[in-house]
Each structure stands twice: as structure tokens, then as C-alpha cells.
Design a binder for this molecule. Structure first.
Ligand code: MAN
Length: 346
């Protein structure tokens, strides 16, 4: 099933539209933007994935001592495993094939985006972000913007938290969910005087890659964790789940868009409906996906068969989602909130 109304301008941003952050680097992929409104414009916080031009050797950047270091491996090294275009396994150790940072672009119409002057990119910093920062959700609250993103390093994959009011000064508040955890979406308002967030720990032996919810008095200390949605065998979401952007308030409950992947890494979107007063209570869920990789640009690219979102805008009944297609280009699609709601099964 698929009720996405894709923009006829898709893809709206491609790697060639964005300049590399360092000379000698190539922007290989644009992925999974956070989305927000600021100063009467629509903004995307893009994940920009870079690496050197691949000539002869396999090479990729990592952050070290405040600078960038290029790692190189010979293509025919028998110890090298490059079957997944996203990762390199060398002598049993994992690396990423690209290094990601976060870049701001803005737009008047939500379709044509440009890089504004005077806004810096957000780069990985410190040992926990040696392999970069990825997939940033932006939750807008009265006091400012709350950013939850993936920190990647040899120590593990966890959730980082940044606060900003003006997109010029950033307060890095550290890791809020330790490894292995990602796909953290902070709710935009308190419920019964508590903050809430969806997150995705991984428990490989017992359990799996499931969506959990946690509460907090201050957005820093998270507790009372509960699992709210698990993978389903023989389904489009059989291998992994993860929350998209912040859940939206509807008359029927909190509507949370999520991604689900199958064992052969096909990424689709679905939705959860959570109780408005107790969001740890799941009321209904998509049985079938609401969006599947069916357009050419969603089926082929850096990592094909992927639609992945962590950013959206709500306007009445219209939910505009921005998404990464094939882990390579940025696209946009609109949904009707009431149509999604009526498709969910209790
Ligand atoms: C993971 C993350 C995402 C990516 C998907 C599909 O969930 O790394 O950033 O889009 O995989 O590759």
C-alpha cells in the first residue's frame, strides 16, 4: 500500500547540489533531514555523507584530534568485507564508508532549498562522534529547538542531544541514550508535566530492534522505559523499527510515523497511534506500510529500496514528510493525516 503523494519535483536535493565541507572530498549521499520552521522559512538539517573520490583504494574519512584523517585499504585485501555499501569490515572491525555531518538549507516554498549565508554546519566532535553524526530529529518547543541525533564511533552508536535557539549557537548536552540506540524522537510538549521520547535500543539476543518510550523531567535524565512496538515476522517491518520525527497530536491520539525494514533491508514507512494521556499505550498500528520504495529514485541509488524519514511539517490535515530515498537523495511527499488514521488497525 502507498498513500504518499510524492512531489513531482523529486528528488528535491541531490549530492551535486551541496558543496563538500573539505576540499578533496566528494558528497556521496544526502540523507534523512530534520525539518523545522524558523524566520518564516522552511529549513532542512541535512545529513551530508562524504568521502574522498574512490581511486584505486577504498578510502574514507574519520575524525581524529579535532581534524579529519583518511583511512585507506587496498580493494583486494582478503581481510576486507565491502558487501554492504554503508560499512566496511576489516579484520572483524566495523567502519563507515562515509563520514556524515549536518548542514542547514532553507526555502520559501518547501521545494527549492539553498544554503543560507552565516550558518555553520554541525560536525562531529569528540571521541563519541569519531565516525560522524547522523539522522537528526528537530523538535520545536517554546524555548527553542531540541535536536536528537545519532553519534557514531568505535565505542558504539548512541543518541546525542543539542539545544539551540538561533541556529548559530549550539549547546551540546551530551549522550542521552547510550549504545546501542538511535532513532530518538522527542515529543514537542510535556504530558502530565513530563517530557517523552521514542527511542530504539537494540537487543540482539533476546528482544530485537524495537521502539521504546521513555520519560524525563528535564530532557537530560530519561527513565521508566517501556517497549511499545516490536517487529513482526513475515511483514514489511520484520527486522528493524525506528521512530521518525516527533509524534503529532491528533484528536485520536499521538500519531508517530516510523520506518520498518525487512530482513533484506527494504525500508518502508508505517504509523503508530499512542494514547494522548499515556503515550506508552499503543492504540493502533499500520498493518501494511503507508509508503514503500516504488519510485525509481527510491529503488536505486547508494543503498536502494529505502524510504526513510525523520523530519516533517504539519499543516491542518496535511503532513509533509521529507525523506531520504535510496540513502542518496532528498525527497518530499504529502499525506493526509485522517487517511493515515483510518488505515490503522487496533
Ligand atoms: C539505518 C540508518 C539510516 C539509513 C538506513 C538505511 O537505519 O543508517 O540513516 O537511512 O539505515 O540504510
Amino acid at each position: 500500500m502507498d498513500f504518499a503523494r510524492r512531489s513531482k519535483h523529486n528528488p528535491i536535493l541531490k549530492p551535486d547540489d551541496i558543496k563538500p565541507s573539505i576540499a578533496g572530498m566528494k558528497v556521496e549521499c544526502l540523507l534523512n533531514p530534520g525539518v523545522f520552521r524558523f524566520e518564516n522559512k522552511i529549513w532542512l538539517l541535512l545529513r551530508v555523507a562524504e568521502r574522498p573520490e574512490q581511486e584505486g583504494m577504498i578510502s574514507f574519512p574519520v575524525l581524529k584530534d579535532g581534524g579529519v584523517e583518511i583511512m585507506r585499504f587496498s580493494k583486494d585485501d582478503p581481510e576486507l568485507d565491502t558487501t554492504d555499501p554503508r560499512i566496511i569490515i576489516y579484520k572483524g572491525r566495523h567502519y563507515l564508508t562515509t563520514l556524515s555531518h549536518l548542514r542547514l538549507v532553507c526555502s520559501d516554498d518547501g521545494i527549492q532549498f539553498y544554503e543560507p549565508e552565516g550558518y555553520a554546519s554541525i560536525f562531529g566532535k569528540g571521541v563519541q562522534e569519531t565516525f560522524g553524526i547522523e539522522d537528526c530529529r528537530v523538535t520545536t518547543m517554546e524555548d527553542g529547538y531540541h535536536l536528537s541525533y545519532t553519534k557514531v564511533s568505535p565505542e558504539g552508536v548512541g543518541v546525542g542531544y543539542i539545544f539551540t535557539k538561533d541556529w548559530k549557537k549550539f549547546e551540546r548536552r551530551g549522550m542521552i541514550f547510550p549504545p546501542h540506540n538511535k532513532d530518538c524522537a522527542i515529543f514537542g510538549e510535556k504530558i502530565d508535566n513530563k517530557y517523552y521520547a521514542l527511542h530504539r535500543p537494540s537487543s540482539p539476543e533476546l528482544g530485537g530492534n524495537y521502539i521504546w518510550i521513555a520519560e524525563s523531567p528535564d530532557l537530560m535524565h530519561w527513565g521508566n522505559h517501556k517497549c511499545i512496538a516490536i517487529t513482526r515476522e513475515n511483514s514489511w517491518d520484520s527486522a528493524r523499527l525506528g521512530a521518525g520525527a516527533e509524534p503529532i497530536r491528533t484528536s485520536e491520539g499521538w500519531l508517530a510515523i516510523y520506518h520498518g525494514a525487512s530482513h533484506d533491508h527494504r525500508y518502508c514507512l508505517g504509523a503508530l497511534l499512542l494514547d494522548i494521556n499515556d503515550p506508552s499505550r499503543l492504540i493502533a498500528r499500520s498493518e501494511e506500510a503507508i509508503m514503500e520504495p516504488i519510485a525509481d529514485y527510491e529503488k536505486t541509488g547508494f543503498f536502494g529500496n529505502v524510504v526513510f524519514t525523520n523530519g516533517q511539517l504539519l499543516d491542518g490535515d496535511t503532513l509533509t514528510i521529507y525523506y531520504g530515498a535510496s540513502d542518496e537523495v532528498i525527497c518530499m511527499a504529502e499525506f493526509s493525516v485522517s487517511e493515515i488514521l483510518s488505515s490503522l488497525k487496533e
